[in-house]
Design a protein around this ligand. Structure first.
Ligand SMILES: CC(C)(COP(=O)(O)OP(=O)(O)OC[C@H]1O[C@@H](n2cnc3c(N)ncnc32)[C@H](O)[C@@H]1OP(=O)(O)O)[C@@H](O)C(=O)NCCC(=O)NCCS
Length: 204
């Protein structure tokens, strides 16, 4: 198993051989750095004290905006590939960021969410791993236990309902649910006046 696979939380892999091996791992970069950052983030994520955790996350290369919350007990793979905008909240979720995860401002990522930029080519003889970035727009809400798969872009203000499995891009201000996630509603476009990162749940 390669270091980048470990950092991405993948179980197996084998050498990157064959035609286009370099192409199928377009953003698995800073491998040693990612692996080290993942190990450090695992321990940081268990410390008490939000300010301390945010300070240490920034020290290991994570881009965290102002007024954010990242709950204790989160799992962050390759946190140096994660960008979190001002005022955003990340619950006890699992973010596998090797391919690059960009989360906008005032986004709410609820407990139990899985965001994973890695996947395997099921037709590859070596079970080749590859990575695609995930982008989440400002004011989006990813509700409890939703799964967001590699390469997906979630539009501004969109809602991913609890338990949804998101395989395709989500339009701005739509509500999607189910597996695979489909549009089940619309969200009213309006000037929001809440900041998810100001929420302080117990056992933060
Ligand atoms: C997205 C959500 C808010 C929608 O709630 P809502 O607007 O009250 O929607 P409703 O309950 O009226 O349901 C509307 C339709 O969507 C369907 N639906 C609701 N939630 C769904 C879900 N998670 N997955 C799939 N379909 C869902 C309903 O069955 C209903 O379908 P119908 O019109 O065919 O009967 C809610 O489903 C949800 O995911 N809540 C998450 C709770 C959570 O994570 N809390 C953590 C707080 S940080």
């Amino acid at each position: 198993m390669s270091e980048s696979d470990r950092a991405a939380g993948l179980s197996s892999g084998g050498p990157a051989t064959g035609v286009g091996a370099a192409d199928v791992v377009p953003r698995a970069r800073n491998t040693k750095r990612s692996y080290l950052a993942t190990k450090l983030a695992y321990n940081i994520g268990r410390l008490h004290g939000l300010s301390l955790r945010l300070y240490l996350y920034r020290r290991i290369g994570m881009k965290v905006g102002k007024g954010c919350v990242i709950r204790r007990g989160v799992y962050l793979g390759s946190p140096n590939e994660l960008e979190l905008g001002d005022g955003s909240f990340v619950g006890r979720a699992s973010l596998y960021c090797t391919g690059g995860v960009k989360i906008g401002r005032n986004v709410n990522v609820s407990d139990g969410v899985v965001i994973i930029t890695a996947k395997h080519d099921v037709n590859s003889p070596s079970f080749e791993a590859n990575y695609e970035p995930i982008t989440i727009g400002d004011w989006a809400w990813i509700a409890t236990n939703a799964i967001v798969l590699a390469g997906v872009t979630i539009g501004e203000g969109a809602v991913v309902a609890a338990g949804a499995v998101v395989t395709k891009d989500v339009p701005a201000y739509s509500v999607v649910g189910g597996n695979p996630a489909k549009v089940i509603g619309e969200r009213k476009r309006q000037p929001f006046d809440y900041v998810p990162g100001s929420y302080r749940p117990p056992f933060l």
